[in-house]
Write a protein that binds this ligand. Structure first.
Ligand SMILES: CC(C)(COP(=O)(O)OP(=O)(O)OC[C@H]1O[C@@H](n2cnc3c(N)ncnc32)[C@H](O)[C@@H]1OP(=O)(O)O)[C@@H](O)C(=O)NCCC(=O)NCCS
Length: 151
């Protein structure tokens, strides 16, 4: 990873950083020409980060966010490990890719998993990112991920 890049898990006190990211997260997308997601209200951002099922890491360099990783803790209904993770979203700023930041954020998530006795993480991956996830040790599972949007 580039010198000076630090990865930290954020919480409710970091609502400002979460919202600042949401105003420029198109630079963390496959296509930076898309619109950014847009910020929550300050209270909404605090509530989001206070949710115990939300895990959120930032990679920062010189006070600038250069990467983020967001996943959910999903409790299991049956025996075995108490929960698994769903890796919802991650991105490295387009100017910082292919320098180990994505891999380092996945490693930070895996430290949390080991400390928390969570053994499995799922990702609904963009086609663009599949090679990256494979490099990080993910493998394809059976079946397909489907989505339905109500209008
Ligand atoms: C996917 C993404 C997060 C990877 O981040 P990154 O910081 O560039 O990744 P790293 O530099 O840590 O790469 C780790 C390894 O994966 C490889 N890799 C990175 N991106 C890759 C890609 N798109 N396809 C294939 N391999 C890739 C790297 O070459 C590296 O391999 P190496 O260790 O053998 O050199 C980044 O490309 C990104 O933000 N993409 C746009 C958003 C996106 O698609 N997010 C995923 C949503 S599901």
């Amino acid at each position: 990873m580039p010198a000076g890049v630090l990865i930290r898990r954020i919480g409710p006190k970091d609502a400002g950083a979460l919202n600042a990211l949401a105003e420029r997260d198109n630079h963390f997308d496959e296509d930076p020409a898309t619109e950014p997601s847009g910020a929550l209200t300050p209270d909404g951002a605090r509530d989001f980060l206070a949710d115990p099922s939300v895990l959120f890491w930032l990679a920062e360099a010189g006070g600038q966010v250069v990467g983020f990783l967001h996943c959910y803790v999903q409790r299991r209904r049956s025996s075995g490990p108490w929960a698994e993770l769903l890796l919802m979203e991650m991105g490295t700023h387009a100017d910082w890719r292919r320098r180990g930041i994505g891999r380092a954020m996945v490693a930070a998530m895996e430290v949390w998993m080991k400390e928390s006795a969570v053994a499995e993480v799922w990702v609904p991956a963009n086609t663009y990112a599949v090679g990256f996830y494979r490099k990080c040790g993910f493998v394809a599972d059976e079946g397909a991920i489907l989505v339905k949007e109500l209008h």
